[in-house]
Design a protein around this ligand. Structure first.
Ligand code: SAH
Length: 245
């Protein structure tokens, strides 16, 4: 069975959307992953097929009903992790993406309106995931983002490139800056070291750039990276060796 993404949504027509083109689209057509959008509204029970209602306690907007979503969820084969996209969830990380991509697939629940009745999260095993500290109008774009990150890691989708452990976050650092042709653009040259053919120097330069950029742009990542280095035994050894040289 290929990696299977079941997406519960009020807008199944948004899928595969951007995942139907380029690498993910080709992989979908080749059967390297499969997609099953589920229309939540099909599980509504009243004659108006309602999926939402006004918030208990008052306030703006509408809230998605736990009973309707639970019925939709219970119709999906179990065994794969169930994720709900919500700004109240744990921030998505490359580490979590890797773990998900190594599994059999995911079931993703996309919210709309003001969100979902909290009792759903008490009554079902659901991992709440956020893609960042901003508010989208619905969970569909967040689901597409999560799936894109997973799919590029599936075997055969990207070839060698996807195993690149240099990439931003894989090492706990941002990636070093990249350059390509032309050799001179608007008077700007490519750093000399990258044209030297000296692989050891290139690697050292890239490492230094990755560290500087991470420190300046993402002090939060840098602090975690430095902390891990200082506290792990192998990190401490690496450090000592660097100090001596
Ligand atoms: N009132 C809610 C936001 C609702 S936004 C709150 O303040 O927490 C509507 C839906 O969009 C959410 O149910 C969720 O599925 C999706 N969504 C919005 N922002 C998101 C984010 N940063 N990450 C993941 N999903 C998000």
């Amino acid at each position: 069975m290929p990696f299977t993404a079941t997406v519960l949504t009020l807008y199944p027509e948004m899928f595969p959307g951007p995942l139907g083109v380029s690498l993910a689209g080709r992989a979908l057509r080749e059967g390297l992953w499969s997609l099953e959008p589920v229309q939540i509204r099909d599980f509504a029970t009243d004659k108006h097929r309602s999926v939402d209602h006004t918030p208990a306690g008052g306030g703006a907007g509408m809230v998605m009903r736990a009973d309707v979503i639970a019925a939709a969820l219970d119709s999906v084969p179990s065994g794969r992790p169930v994720l709900a996209m919500t700004p109240r969830g744990a921030p998505l990380t490359q580490e979590r993406v890797r773990a998900l991509a190594a599994g059999e697939g995911v079931t993703i629940l996309c919210g709309r309106f003001e969100g979902i009745d909290e009792r759903l999260f008490e009554g079902r095993e659901i991992e709440q995931v956020s893609i960042g500290d901003y508010i989208l109008s619905g969970g569909e774009m967040a689901a597409l983002t999560l799936l894109d990150a997973c799919i590029r890691l599936l075997p055969g989708v990207m070839g060698a490139a996807s195993s690149g452990m240099d990439e931003s976050f894989e090492t706990g650092l941002l990636e070093y800056p990249q350059y390509t042709r032309p050799a001179i653009w608007e008077g700007r040259t490519i750093p000399e070291v990258l044209r030297s053919g000296d692989h050891a120097r290139i690697e050292a330069w890239r490492r230094a750039q990755a560290e500087t950029d991470t420190r300046l742009r993402r002090p939060d990542l840098w602090e975690r990276h430095e902390g891990a280095r200082v506290h792990s035994p192998s990190g401490a050894q690496r450090r000592n060796r660097n100090d001596k040289s």
